[in-house]
Design a protein around this ligand. Structure first.
Ligand code: DAT
Ligand code: MG
Length: 138
């Protein structure tokens, strides 16, 4: 079964949106097979966002994602990688389709509430960064 890495970012946790986001994931019919609240160590954040290293927003992105607790999840279901990207909405919230998480709850690209893996390769990589195999309960 397909799995993806989903994370409520520090702005989402701070604003009390974790329940709303979990609700949308479960209502859709996807299964949360692992979940934890954590403050991401700086090195882990730099690894997770490694593809953006060297970009002008990288430093700010790492500062932001380590600025407070996140809620990290592994979510499972048919087509879950692409479907979660669809439910999240576009990276820039003003371009996100109405009814998506980012359209409904975010206004800026640097604080856009939720992360979701963008491909099977990144899903596998990101799940491995944040979870041990025994923490995933199907
Ligand atoms: P996504 O989170 O939709 O996968 P991404 O992988 O392109 O988007 O970028 C990762 C995060 O980096 C994104 O959620 C917010 C931040 N980011 C991207 N582009 C940015 C920009 N131009 N300015 C500030 N932050 C940006
Ligand atoms: Mg991305």
């Amino acid at each position: 079964m397909e799995r993806t890495y989903i994370m409520v970012k520090p702005d989402g946790v701070r604003r009390g949106l974790t329940g709303e986001i979990i609700n949308r994931i479960e209502r859709k019919g996807f299964k949360i097979v692992a979940m934890k609240k954590m403050v991401i160590p700086r090195e882990t954040a730099e690894t997770h966002y490694g593809e953006h290293r060297g970009k002008p927003f990288f430093e700010g992105l790492v500062n932001f994602i380590t600025s407070g607790p996140v809620v990290a999840m592994v979510v499972e279901g048919p087509g879950v990688i692409a479907e979660m990207r669809r439910l999240m909405g576009a990276t820039r919230p003003w371009e996100a389709a109405p009814g998506t998480i980012r359209a409904d709850f975010a206004t800026t690209v640097d604080e856009n509430v939720i992360h979701g893996s963008d491909s099977p390769e990144s899903a596998q990589r990101e799940i491995g960064i944040f979870f041990k195999p025994e923490e995933i309960i199907g």
